[in-house]
Write a protein that binds this ligand. Structure first.
Ligand SMILES: Cc1cc2nc3c(=O)[nH]c(=O)nc-3n(C[C@H](O)[C@H](O)[C@H](O)COP(=O)(O)OP(=O)(O)OC[C@H]3O[C@@H](n4cnc5c(N)ncnc54)[C@H](O)[C@@H]3O)c2cc1C
Length: 476
């Protein structure tokens, strides 16, 4: 299982940090957010970025790569849940982000297949037509030309000034451009404040930084900020199928569980990227069944399947990202609600302007200090959700496992054993080191996944994705 973009990932690793260092600004995480932040801070002296793995190999590697402001019916939701001004401000922020992306791509001559396409939001449910009408009315009130289509069982709105791109060709180009400031295979596991500076610890080194930017998708620390109480994680399933032509459109349904698609064309092939079956990671965990649903929804023949993968993102209570200062000189960008191409690029600008003490656009919209009814309401939901996921994760014998894996207790600790095709047994501890949830076995990707906060481990227990910073290797 790998994403369509994975074959293009720049696997030439930048050096590791192995000795103690002192810097002005440290960016943790080299996905679209961290790299774009470094791009805007590139002229600031003594600024570096570290990535636990390879830049671009996190959630950005598995995105569908739409650069659009038409995001389900977000403006109707924001108007209803918060207010009209917030919806207007969010629309402006997304249009601004698209403009930023275009400027960077043009200025740096990045060949990342940026392509203007018509974006659609559609439904075949009668009760959702009212919401589509309201989204159209909102967009038109902001002078956006919206097309309306209504047939028997189908209704859609569309706009034409939106884009798709190859996200990894974008991150590769920034990695190359900024290579002297980037360190890979360098994981930060702990941060402590000492004499007004931040001491960021890795396995055998520490980096002392005046300013720290956390751009690692899900932060590896609970305090400060307590993200698990402010968000939940959503997983979706994607198949890229071979197709004959690129109709230059992209689409998404009004509401979840979403269907979402776009097309991608390189010199050799054309693909339709088909996404379906979005759900909270604590539920519907039978991946085999979920991929089957994607095949059925898009009527995909086995012979047309080119790439198969899944992805997770962080969903906030009010559908707005968190971008800003947690405390003085300690910044974060997270909670992109599956719209991290625009919001990751925008976060790069916002965070760099905070560091450079320049005028910050959209600061109030994304502030970490905001509180609104939907955030407060979801706080209790997320707290309950965390407890339910934690308890739910303890139910080991899931019905969908066939022969693999086996769960047992050894010396009071929960252990999982996966037997590979050569009959080799791979032992791991199945308690997530992050917050103690029980891991589930992902039969499609052959990984151990945390259903609560999306950490991922190899069959031999190596941590592949945070927030966990520790491995789960079994020791006799
Ligand atoms: C199914 C799906 C489809 C999506 N499609 C779209 C789309 O079409 N358009 C759109 O706008 N958005 C989309 N998104 C959302 C978007 O992909 C994400 O929001 C975005 O990629 C997040 O980028 P990031 O840089 O914050 O995180 P990442 O790409 O995960 O980058 C974080 C980096 O931090 C590193 N890291 C982690 N922990 C540490 C540590 N302790 N020390 C050092 N480094 C660390 C990781 O190795 C990683 O490289 C989609 C999301 C999903 C789930």
């Amino acid at each position: 299982m790998s994403s369509l973009w994975e074959k293009d990932l720049n696997r030439v690793s930048r050096p590791k940090i192995e000795k103690d260092r002192e810097v002005e600004t440290l960016i943790i995480g080299g996905g679209i957010t961290g790299l774009t932040t470094l791009y805007f801070l590139r002229k600031q002296k003594n600024t570096i970025l570290v990535d636990a793995s390879l830049c671009g190999s996190g959630v950005t590697l598995n995105t569908t790569g739409k650069l659009t402001y038409l995001q389900n019916t977000i403006y109707t939701d924001l108007t209803n849940n918060i207010d009209y001004e917030t919806a207007i401000s969010y629309l402006k922020s997304q249009k601004h982000a698209i403009q930023l992306a275009k400027e960077i791509i043009e200025k740096e001559h990045i060949n990342c297949h940026l392509e203007q396409v018509d974006s659609f939001v559609f439904t075949n449910k009668k009760k959702e037509i009212k919401k589509l009408k309201s989204e159209k009315k909102f967009l038109e009130s902001q002078n956006i030309k919206v097309n309306w289509q209504e047939k028997k069982d189908f209704c859609s709105i569309s706009v034409s000034d939106t884009f798709v791109f190859h996200p990894i060709k974008y991150t590769n180009a920034l990695k190359e451009l900024l290579k002297n400031q980037i360190y890979e295979q360098t994981k930060i596991v702990k941060i402590k404040k000492h004499h007004g500076k931040y001491v960021c610890y890795g396995k055998n080194f520490k980096i002392v930084a005046k300013k720290v930017i956390v751009a690692c998708h899900y932060p590896f620390f609970f305090y400060p900020f307590c993200l698990p109480l402010k968000s939940h994680i959503e997983k979706s399933y994607i198949i890229a199928k071979k197709t004959d032509k690129n109709p230059k459109v992209s689409g998404i349904t009004v509401s979840n569980p979403a269907l979402s698609f776009r097309f991608y064309e390189d010199k050799k092939n054309c693909y339709q990227i088909c996404l379906a079956r979005s759900h909270k990671t604590s539920k519907e965990q039978n991946d085999g069944k979920n991929f089957q649903i994607v095949k059925e929804k898009y009527q995909i023949k086995d012979s047309d399947i080119a790439f198969v993968w899944s992805n997770v993102d962080i969903i906030t209570g009010d559908k707005l990202p968190f971008i800003g200062e947690i405390k003085k000189n300690f910044l974060i960008a997270t909670g992109f609600n599956t719209w991290g191409m625009t919001n990751g690029i925008l976060a790069g600008e916002i965070l760099s302007k905070i560091i450079l003490k320049e005028d910050v656009p959209f600061q109030n919209l994304f502030t970490l200090k905001r509180s609104n009814f939907y955030q407060i309401k979801s706080f209790f939901g997320n707290m309950l959700g965390s407890v339910v996921s934690f308890i739910g994760s303890k139910k080991h014998q899931k019905a969908w496992y066939h022969e693999n894996p086996i769960f047992l207790k050894i010396k009071g600790k929960s252990v999982g054993i996966y037997t590979d095709e050569h009959k080799k047994k791979h032992f791991v501890y199945t308690t997530c080191p992050h917050m103690g949830c029980s891991l589930i076995f992902n039969e499609q990707e052959k990984t151990w996944d945390c259903p609560c906060h999306s950490s991922k481990f190899s069959i031999d227990g190596k941590c592949l994705k945070g927030p966990s910073t520790k491995d789960i290797q079994y020791k006799e």
